[in-house]
Ligand binder design. Structure first.
Ligand code: GLC
Length: 737
């Protein structure tokens, strides 16, 4: 009897224990793959179809029956977009969604500081987490092929090595918050003109050497959990469901195990979406959806897919793969163990935004130490600030990266605050842009046409300039369509609103004029020779004015370097010299191949206005004693090259030491310089440091199209140490046996 009782007791115990035992998919201590399989087998066909397409503008369904939450995506790469109405682009008017606006990613790239990328990712990830978004639709890493691309300000420049090294810490920082980064736009989305349909023709070498590396780094080193398919086509197929890009390269070769999300309305065909690697369909829009009771059921991966399965025309294998990826996303984010809780609009995020901006602002020219501005105790200085960009809100507009910022310190605010009682700071517009209807605002009215008398504005500013001790001009581009804005490209690289004429007049009226350009792209500077000081200040978000003032008044020693080349004229850019831009509406051919930016400048011996990697400091740096540890290496060896850098000026500062490789004799035309590494170092006055870089065969290889793989050739290589691509200070050579 006793034994029976015990047996019964044990059975009851096990029963309750197992009844207590959570289902595997709900158990955060179980390995993700086990949770995925357990959840998958519990889901119905209808539930599987539901989770792979949107249910609203920015969300996709969860599995309510199983307690699996919805997925909520948010733009953008520079901050967390305001909440919109369920089914609209329009802002919903919440009062708790005003974010910190971080600098544009071009500014982040211009810091050349991976610590800044980590800080950026952590901060923006915390904001997304706090707003309960588990997919951040950023960062963007499309290469600057043409300076006219309206979205370059959202990307990280012209060089694959710089973009690759900067994107990884950003992604890790975001994902440490249990928020998926979604690297975009994969791939070859390098212009906005005809972006929804243009088919990109490109040789395999340029694809692999220039346009894929940042995405590959995002996947292989950044372990990114989501990738956004681009709008354009490649090899005739939409990038959002593209066999070669998504199945062959991303998922097979790179072993990507996350989700591929379509760009909004980037999906065009059910069967291609099923078979060519698309996992989540967002933003689809078709006429019949306007009147459909359940418009989202008309998505390509919704009822049409369901019907094909029901009719037995397709199996459920692809569906299960998509759902596994979606579940993996959920278990990495919303249902992850020990997920942080985020923070929003915090002083820490303001400081992060300011630090990144301070490190990204580029001092392009500074003759006779015009900068930093000195403020004398005894004599008040009259500082005139001229230009619409000194006062204009620049966090709004530009397309999907537009933000409802908690605040935005303008350049004028920053300069006035920093000067305080030590200077008399006044303002003259000098030029004005036409008012435009704010994007994403329901029932927004077209502003009434105003006549802008640029001549009168210019004359007024010039008169004021004649009386000032110094002038700070703040101009450039803005986020209006046709400038730095999504869905349109610029028509040329000339500054709009007659700014060139204004700048020339200001320089004549007062030779102590500093020119500050705010832009996300290169602009022509016909007045550059006459300007004693020029600063590239990017779109720097909430702290823009404080960061700029810090640099102008010398609290900050500028250390930014250009992430792309400023050629003097449009036809000096390879895409416009021999490539093809914007194509014929159906096709565009990247005939310039790998010769983009400084690679083209070197090859054609074109002297740019300001080169890739260029940026001055308020101190000076001397390079010396470049060394290589081995004069000859075999293909599987690595070689260590080093150089000494000394601060030879009068104040502490940071220098970005850039390492370029030159394959002296190569079977195919190679750029004479290819960036393969960089280090940003802080040096006190007189301090000297030795920097070492390890070079391996990957750094020396090129992509050989015939063999479809990377090849390294025997022969002599040079390691070039530069303060910019145009300013090589030291070099060493070694031989590959
Ligand atoms: C836009 C953009 C993409 C953005 C998405 C959602 O068209 O191409 O970058 O994240 O749609 O707004």
């Amino acid at each position: 009897m006793k034994i029976k009782l015990t047996a019964v007791a044990v059975f009851i115990g096990i029963f309750f224990a197992s009844a207590q035992e959570k289902p595997v998919y709900l158990n955060v201590d179980k390995p993700i793959e086990e949770r995925v399989e357990d959840a998958l087998k519990r889901m119905t066909l209808e539930e599987k179809i539901a989770v792979i397409h949107a249910q609203s503008k920015f969300s996709s369904a969860g599995v309510p029956r199983l307690g699996i939450p919805e997925n909520w995506a948010t733009d953008g790469p520079h901050g967390i977009r305001a909440e919109v109405f369920w089914d609209e682009w329009n802002i919903a008017g919440w009062t708790n969604d005003s974010c910190i606006a971080f600098p544009a990613l071009t500014c982040l790239a211009a810091t050349w500081n991976t610590d800044m990328a980590a800080l950026y990712g952590k901060s923006i990830g915390e904001e997304a987490r706090y707003r309960n978004k588990n997919i951040l639709l950023g960062p963007g890493v499309n290469i600057y092929r043409t300076p006219l691309n309206g979205r370059n300000f959202e990307y990280m420049g012209e060089d694959p090595c710089l973009a690759s090294k900067m994107v990884v810490p950003y992604i890790k920082g975001v994902q440490e918050n249990g928020v998926a980064a979604c690297v975009k736009h994969f791939a070859l989305n390098n212009q906005e003109t005809d972006r929804y349909k243009v088919n990109v023709n490109i040789d395999d070498r340029a694809l692999n050497e220039i346009y894929l590396p940042a995405f590959k780094a995002a996947v292989k080193e950044g372990d990114v959990w989501a990738v956004m398919g681009a709008y354009n086509k490649y090899m005739g197929e939409q990038a959002s469901h593209n066999k070669v890009l998504l199945n062959d390269i991303l998922k097979k070769e790179w072993q990507f195990d996350g989700v591929v999300i379509s760009d909004w309305d980037g999906t065009h065909d059910t069967k291609q979406a099923i078979h060519n690697g698309l996992d989540m369909e967002f933003g689809t829009w078709r006429k019949e959806m306007e009147t459909a009771p359940k418009p989202y059921n008309l998505y390509y991966l919704a009822n049409p897919y369901y019907e094909l399965i029901k009719k037995g025309e397709v199996g459920t294998e692809e569906l299960d793969d998509k759902v596994r990826r979606v579940l993996r996303l959920v278990f990495r984010t919303n249902m992850a163990k020990d997920r942080p809780f985020g923070s929003f609009g915090s002083p820490e995020h303001s400081q992060a935004a300011r630090k990144i901006a301070e490190e990204g602002i580029v001092l392009l020219k500074n003759k006779k130490s015009t900068l930093p501005i000195s403020l004398y105790k005894k004599k008040k200085r009259n500082i005139l600030v001229v230009g619409e960009n000194a006062v204009k809100r620049l966090t709004v507009g530009g397309g999907s990266s537009s933000l409802k910022a908690k605040y935005e310190i303008s350049p004028f605010d920053g300069i006035k605050k920093r000067a305080g009682s030590l200077a008399n700071v006044t303002y003259a517009a000098g030029y004005k842009s036409p008012a435009v209807k704010e994007q994403d605002v329901r029932d927004a009215k077209e502003p009434e046409k105003e006549t802008i008398d640029l001549k009168a504005l210019r004359n007024e500013a010039v008169r004021a300039a004649q009386k000032a001790d110094m002038v700070v001009f703040v101009g450039g581009l803005n986020k209006n369509s046709g400038q730095d804005c999504e869905d349109s490209d610029r028509a040329n690289i000339t500054l709009p609103y007659e700014q060139d004429l204004l700048i020339k007049e200001l320089l004549k009226a007062n030779k102590n004029t500093v020119v500050v350009i705010i832009s996300g792209n290169a602009v022509a500077m016909p007045w550059a020779d006459d300007a004693p000081a020029i600063v590239e200040a990017w779109y720097n978000g909430s702290e823009a004015g404080n960061a700029l003032a810090g640099v102008l008044f010398g609290d900050v020693n500028p250390s930014g370097k250009l992430p792309f080349t400023f050629f003097k004229q449009l036809k000096d850019f390879s895409a416009h010299a021999m490539g093809e831009y914007p194509g014929n509406g159906t096709n565009v051919s990247y005939r310039e191949s790998v010769f983009v930016g400084y690679r083209w400048a070197n090859r054609m011996r074109i002297k740019p206005l300001f080169g890739f990697g260029h940026g001055l400091s308020y101190t000076t740096f001397k390079y010396s004693a470049a060394r290589v540890d081995k004069k000859t290496i075999s293909a599987n060896d690595s070689v260590t090259v080093s150089v000494k850098v000394k601060n030879t000026g009068y104040r502490a500062g940071q220098e970005v030491v850039q390492l370029y490789i030159n394959d002296v004799v190569s079977a195919i035309p190679r750029p004479r310089q290819e960036l393969k590494g960089f280090q940003k170092i802080y040096l006190k006055v007189g301090e000297e440091k030795t920097l070492s870089f390890v070079i391996n065969k990957d750094d020396l290889s090129y992509y050989n199209e015939k063999h479809g793989k990377w090849i390294v050739e025997r022969g002599e290589f040079e390691a070039l140490f530069g303060s910019s691509s145009e300013d090589i200070r030291e070099k060493v050579s070694f031989k590959l046996k």
